[in-house]
Design a protein around this ligand. Structure first.
Ligand code: DX5
Ligand code: ZN
Length: 215
């Protein structure tokens, strides 16, 4: 199981001194929560900070675009060679074209669903997708609680994926109390914010989480 560190929950002004110490054996991906103050009420950061982080670590970026009309923003991220670029199905009328564009530019294509969006909304885009990112909190903040029917939705998404080569990523409220069940339900990547940054160090916390799901 891969761990994607949500740096939204880190002290952003200290990234220059903290991120170079991240151990790629513990932290697989750098989860970058880009928020535009439109699709979600908050504004976090954009391509400039992502570029800085890219320069601090060899760990690849996992770009999570929480922005309206992602087709107008996505091109700024190609030069960062991210592991994947994920956009929300709720934010665009052109998911197929956008997915093809992302793939043609060398990144994996992720599509994300808010808690209120049914898994069936992916039906027509599945052939174009490399990764599904299920939100298990309403997007906007770190430190929220995993939603009530989250596990059920994860199982449903796994059924839709079937034997397709699509990774399943879960974002929101992941911690030591639910990571084992997430693994059991076939989740490939977990995004962890508060679970890494609240206390201790992110690398030690990531190692502890990995130990819980190591077999
Ligand atoms: C929420 C973000 C998440 C968040 C995760 O809008 O997409 O990535 O930072 O943080 P935790 O793990 O604290 O829920
Ligand atoms: Zn996220």
């Amino acid at each position: 199981m891969k761990i994607s560190a949500s740096i939204l929950a880190a002290k952003l002004t200290e990234l220059g001194s903290t991120v170079p110490a991240y151990d790629p054996a513990a932290i697989d991906l750098m989860h970058m929560d880009v928020m535009d103050g439109n699709f979600v009420p908050q504004i976090s950061f954009g391509e400039a900070l992502c570029k800085e982080v890219r320069g601090l670590t060899p760990i690849p970026l996992d770009v999570h675009l929480m922005v309206s009309k992602p087709e107008n923003h996505v091109a700024k991220y190609y030069e960062l060679n991210p592991y994947c670029i994920t956009f929300h199905i709720e934010t665009t009328d052109f998911p197929v074209r956008l997915a093809q564009e992302i793939k043609n530019n060398g990144a994996k294509v992720g599509i994300s669903l808010n808690p209120g969006t049914p898994v069936s909304s992916l039906e027509t885009v599945l052939p174009y997708v490399d990764l599904i990112l299920l939100m298990t909190v309403e997007p906007g903040f770190y430190g929220q609680k995993f939603i009530v029917n989250g596990m059920e939705k994860i199982r449903k998404a796994k059924e839709w994926i079937g034997s397709r080569p699509i990774e399943l990523e879960v974002d929101g409220g992941v911690n030591e109390t639910n990571i084992q069940e997430l693994k059991k339900n076939g989740v490939d990547i977990v995004v962890v914010g508060a679970g890494l940054y609240k206390t201790g160090t992110p690398v030690e916390n990531a190692k502890k989480l990995k130990t819980l799901v190591s077999n």
